[in-house]
Write a protein that binds this ligand. Sequence first.
Ligand code: TXA
Ligand code: MG
Length: 320
Amino acid sequence: MRISLDEAIAKLKNGEVVAIPTETVYGLAADATNDVALQQIFTIKQRPADHPLIVHIGDISQVNDWAAIFPETALKLAQAFWPGALTLVLPAKNHVSRVVRGDESTVALRVPNHPVALALLKKSGLCVAAPSANLFTQLSPTTAAHVESGLGEAMPVLDGGACAVGIESTIVNVTADGQWQLLRPGMVSEVDVARVAGVSQQLNPMGVIGTVIPKVPGQHALHYSPRTSLLLFKDKATLIKECEALTQAHIKCAALLIGEGANPGCTVMRLPSQPAEAAEQLYSALHDLDALKVDRLLVELPPNSTDWLAVSDRLSRAGG
Ligand code: TXA
Ligand code: MG
């Protein structure tokens, strides 16, 4: 159910959950200070309670409302990449809801780079916690229609068009002493982060420099999955062979390929051969392939290079 900006704000203030657009993926949003509202996110998503949520803020000045410490490293990253597809995990203030933190001592913060999301945050004065607006372990939505097909037509959705980045934000943990660590790859690459924050010192699990490696709750191996079972291939030739074998065995398949090139004898969707464009279209392509209701999706993995890391990560998780 599509709703207006003012309706979305009214619902959020009333403790209800609404889906909102961001530049990465659509989020399932609730007032980040309202535990009853936050609980509904977990119920709707069927998400385990120990998975913390990202708090979306309208402006960098709000970091200090949530983080106990805002280390220089994190400040530099926020100034360089916000609004944008970078989430910073920082030591949390005591008042931050345990529901948001998933019982961690940290809080994840991000200023989204989407005009509708920013308008909502600024006009309402709210900060909203929002995971991706899909059922737990399923594909993230990059359009309002994806949200409705995943969570039902009754879900109120603020439509902001198709997401321009297309995959979830990069998550970086910054400790009180300014050390940083990549928790989830995204389109802000580790190289981009290092350029601003300096090279990260690898922390060992015993915490040689006084800090323990944060666990990364919610980073399940099987995540971002279409309903159709999915097979990953390092090259087109092997994919085509598998397609022929399956077709001969009367198993219906469809393929997701990167760039142009050889054609298997099944329904094919193609991602652009540039990583940013491919990321933008990735989930939409997987949603469309899923809708074909074939028996197997055959997916070509991107080149093994750092600029494809985030797309490869999502495809590997989708493949389990
Ligand atoms: O692009 C995005 O990040 C989207 C949009 C809506 O902003 N959100 C998103 O949320 O991807 P979600 O719930 O699907 O993923 C949030 C992940 C958690 O699963 C966890 O891995 C990490 O963020 N996270 C959140 N808070 C954390 C914390 N305090 N410590 C460590 N990891 C945290
Ligand atoms: Mg998610």
